[in-house]
Ligand binder design. Sequence first.
Ligand code: NAP
Length: 284
Amino acid sequence: MSEIQAPRLREQDLTGKVAVVTGATRGIGRAIALQLASRGCSILGTCSGPDSLILIDSLAHTVSNLYSGHTSPPKVTGVAANIKDPDCAQKIAQALERKFDGHVDILVNNAAHPIRAKIGEIEPQLVSEVITANIQTPIMVVNEFVKRKMFRKGSRIVNIGSDSARASIPGLPGRSLYTMFKSALEGLSRAWADELGANPDLEFMKGTTANTVAVGFTETDLVSKMPPAMREAVNQNVLAKQSLGPRAALPEDVADIVGFLCGPDSRWVTGSVVSADGGFVKIL
Ligand SMILES: NC(=O)c1ccc[n+]([C@@H]2O[C@H](COP(=O)([O-])OP(=O)(O)OC[C@H]3O[C@@H](n4cnc5c(N)ncnc54)[C@H](OP(=O)(O)O)[C@@H]3O)[C@@H](O)[C@H]2O)c1
């Protein structure tokens, strides 16, 4: 049984902070944005194109209702920044400059361009597209924020990874490209942890952490159109093996774990991979 509660105000431990959450319109990204905003954090949410901005307006409306009667609620705003575009990082940085004085405290690399492609049917162009969207863009976003000195002391970077990078899951063919980029995100968070946490050349962002959350099967639009045979494979080979029982996660289950890694209490966790999957993959 789920114990998810309706959106509610939480301890205001992120007041004055600014978070960039990529892919904040729906699913896990929206839940993360709402989790952070309910703690006082202002949000720049990204989406794939201008048509989706209305969903970020709707999120802003939900947050504004949560804070009704409060004098200084967090600001929630959006920018269309498609991760497939090579200038995605600049678009996000420019939006931060326009809307938030050019500072950022939290970056959640959540948006993905997930492609399922069977071995034997993969074209080089497809591999390039997947690498650009899912590896190059997160690298360039972090690079841009460092170059422009946008991160502040004690910033948080969280990559949204996947169990797919760690588990063998029979019955789900075509996962090689997805597994590639989710594995890369884990490696990147380790490299960023080392390079950004206590670098004397980057004193302005001292104490910054970088972690990956390895997400398990979660009920979102992404998985709702899965063919029935694959869904059955998930039931048998994933959900049935979760220590906490055979249910799909809700986006909020994942968002609360990401929320911990974004907050002050996670100051001594960096370079880690944390599972958000009810115990399907146990990281030792
Ligand atoms: N659901 C799962 O079972 C599961 C499991 C493991 C990992 N994950 C990971 O969790 C993350 C979120 O997945 P989800 O299930 O929440 O997906 P979702 O419900 O489909 O939401 C995807 C979000 O990403 C945005 N997005 C998609 N393509 C984009 C693009 N090209 N450029 C910019 N933004 C784009 C979407 O914006 P628009 O509204 O504009 O399209 C939307 O906000 C992904 O990294 C995914 O790989 C999910």
